[in-house]
Design a protein around this ligand. Structure first.
Ligand code: CU
Length: 138
């Protein structure tokens, strides 16, 4: 009888130890991914001729589709040499300046809100013509 219980505790102990090890490993992997920012998706915006262009798509001021809750790294490039552009999403309290010179990049990492919906984006100095919509999809 005694041997039976020792075996039982032993197996449970091994199982518990294995589970602990597994959880610790998963936590470390998640932590490493976070530290690297490996989960952020890149989205490049180019300012050109007082308009926004995204990821090489041809249309000006395109609708940007992002997923609710995802991490997006916005990268900004400016082909209007010396002109001040920014990317502002007032609903997200976000304003990020574009660099002044072509060849330079600025960036900001954003965690997209959990709630799907449409959010306007503008360039503050040129809000009349540089404006578009961010669509947050589930
Ligand atoms: Cu602008």
């Amino acid at each position: 009888m005694r041997e039976f219980w020792q075996r039982k505790v032993g197996r449970a102990g091994v199982a518990l130890l294995s589970l602990t090890f597994l959880l610790a490993t998963m936590a470390l992997v998640a932590l490493a991914a976070n530290v690297r920012g490996g989960s952020a998706r890149d989205l490049t915006l180019v300012a050109r001729g007082i308009a926004f262009y995204a990821d090489g798509r041809p249309e000006a001021n395109p609708t940007l589709r992002v997923k609710a809750g995802e991490q997006v790294r916005f990268l900004f490039r400016n082909q209007d040499r010396g002109m001040a552009h920014d990317f502002a999403v007032s609903a997200w309290r976000l304003t990020q300046a574009f660099p002044r010179e072509p060849g330079e990049t600025s960036s900001v990492v954003v965690r997209v809100p959990d709630r799907p919906g449409s959010y306007p984006y503008v360039c503050t100095p040129h809000a009349a013509v540089m404006r578009g919509t961010i669509e947050v999809v589930p």
